[in-house]
Ligand binder design. Structure first.
Ligand SMILES: Cc1ncc(COP(=O)(O)O)c(C=O)c1O
Length: 403
């Protein structure tokens, strides 16, 4: 399986040498039947758990009825999903363009900003990640992702997260939008200082530009609120969603007001698969499941348990720099590069993802149990301990490995 993927697939993913063939809740199994706690959560997609029964039933029902209906025809599953999304979205944001991925949702947001304001410029944050299609990539911070493909969109300026004076300065007459992630995920689980988003909202209002909240990783309850911007009491003009919105079926959504959405005229934005009935049926089941089971509340409570355990474990290890995060969007930052610890954790039975070289990132399903959290942190602690022992041994018992 691994050799076949390597032979015929791209080599652009950081691959881990296991083949996952089955999942249930916060657990996945490999082709040899070995069980893992999935604290990577399909990169934050498996919000309602792997193969959530409500989502599986909705997909099965819809697949037997109708799988494709192009946006040029009306469809019951799409209408129901748009209605459900509008009902749960922040106040006033009751319209959406449906697409197929996070990057596509961001592309549509950037187009809306240009159409509504007539301005091409964009202010984004240092450390931001918004995807890898050309427009989204322009808003992304990392040079490593961008440089081989430049020139990208012109007029994008990045300011330091939290620097309101820089936002005020950079939003000039050429800028049509400010784009933010409520919490930077790829950037290393970076939270803004209190008052930052309120300040950005005020600047956007004063200068007549759109505030775009990229909730692709933070949305759907992960941070303890259905939408992470609620943690700071701010409603954006445009919200981008994807990842777990359809329980694992590919989807993207650019959620906004009807007025802003209708700045796009016939033909200016379409997508063959956008609003696909299968994805929409899965999306309705997912949203209802999240709200009816109070998954945001559960993420808040379990996030506290997870972070407490990470902090306690971290305090026992000199390779720990910090544990931080909000809800079930967490980071364990090390004083040294983390790949060996990450790989060792997987060998021990828990899967995490990462941000940069030193940060192990947790984006587990919101249905993860307290017992699974305890096991995940214990296994991570064992891997950190093994790394410390290796480094102490190599230094003859000294403190090698501290930076
Ligand atoms: C905040 C944010 N925006 C955009 C994206 C891009 O989404 P996709 O990979 O579905 O294109 C991601 C993906 O990780 C993300 O975390």
């Amino acid at each position: 399986m691994i050799a076949t993927e390597d032979a015929h697939g791209p080599h652009t993913y950081q691959k881990f040498p296991i083949a996952i063939v089955r999942g249930k809740g916060a657990l996945v199994w490999d082709d040899k039947g070995r069980e893992y706690i999935d604290s990577m959560g399909g990169y934050g997609v498996a919000i309602v758990g792997h193969s959530n029964p409500a989502v599986v039933a909705a997909i099965r029902r819809q697949a037997e009825k109708l799988i494709i209906c192009h946006g040029s025809l009306y469809n019951d599953a799409r209408a129901e999903f748009l209605d459900t999304l509008a009902r749960y979205s922040p106040r006033g944001l009751d319209a959406a363009f449906l697409s197929n991925s996070g990057a596509e949702a961001v592309e549509v947001a950037l187009k809306l900003a240009r159409k509504v304001t007539g301005r091409k410029g964009l202010v984004a944050m240092q450390g931001a990640y918004h995807g890898k299609t050309a427009g989204a990539l322009s808003a992304t911070w990392s040079k490593k992702y961008k440089e081989p493909f430049e020139p990208l969109l012109e007029g994008v300026r990045h300011v330091a997260l939290g620097d309101l004076a820089a936002v005020e300065r950079e939003v000039d007459d050429d800028v049509g939008a400010v784009i933010v992630e409520p919490i930077q995920g790829e950037g290393g689980i970076m939270l803004p200082p209190d008052g930052f988003f309120k300040g950005v909202r005020e600047i956007c209002d004063k200068k007549g530009v759109l505030l775009i909240a990229d909730e692709i990783q933070t949305g759907l309850g992960r941070t303890g609120k259905l939408w992470a911007m609620e943690n700071w009491g701010v409603v954006p003009d445009v919200m981008t969603l994807a990842k777990g919105l359809a329980g694992g079926v590919p989807i993207g959504a650019t959620v906004t007001t009807a007025e802003i959405l209708n700045s796009l005229k016939k033909g200016e934005q379409t997508s063959t698969f956008g609003g696909n009935p299968l994805a929409c049926a899965a999306g309705t089941a997912t949203l209802n499941h999240i709200v009816k089971n109070d998954l945001p509340g559960k993420a808040k409570a379990k996030g506290r348990v997870y972070l407490d355990r990470l902090k306690k474990m971290g305090a026992e290890h000199f390779l720990t720099r910090e544990a931080r995060g909000m809800g079930l969007m967490l980071a364990y930052e090390m004083r040294v590069d983390m790949p060996d610890v990450l790989n060792d954790s997987i060998r021990r039975g828990v899967i995490f993802t990462y941000s940069g070289r030193t940060i192990i990132r947790m984006l587990p399903p919101l249905v993860i149990t307290d017992a699974q959290i305890a096991t995940a942190v214990r296994l991570l602690g064992d891997a950190v301990g093994a790394e410390e022992a290796k480094r102490s041994h190599a230094s003859g018992g000294g403190a090698l490995g501290r930076d």
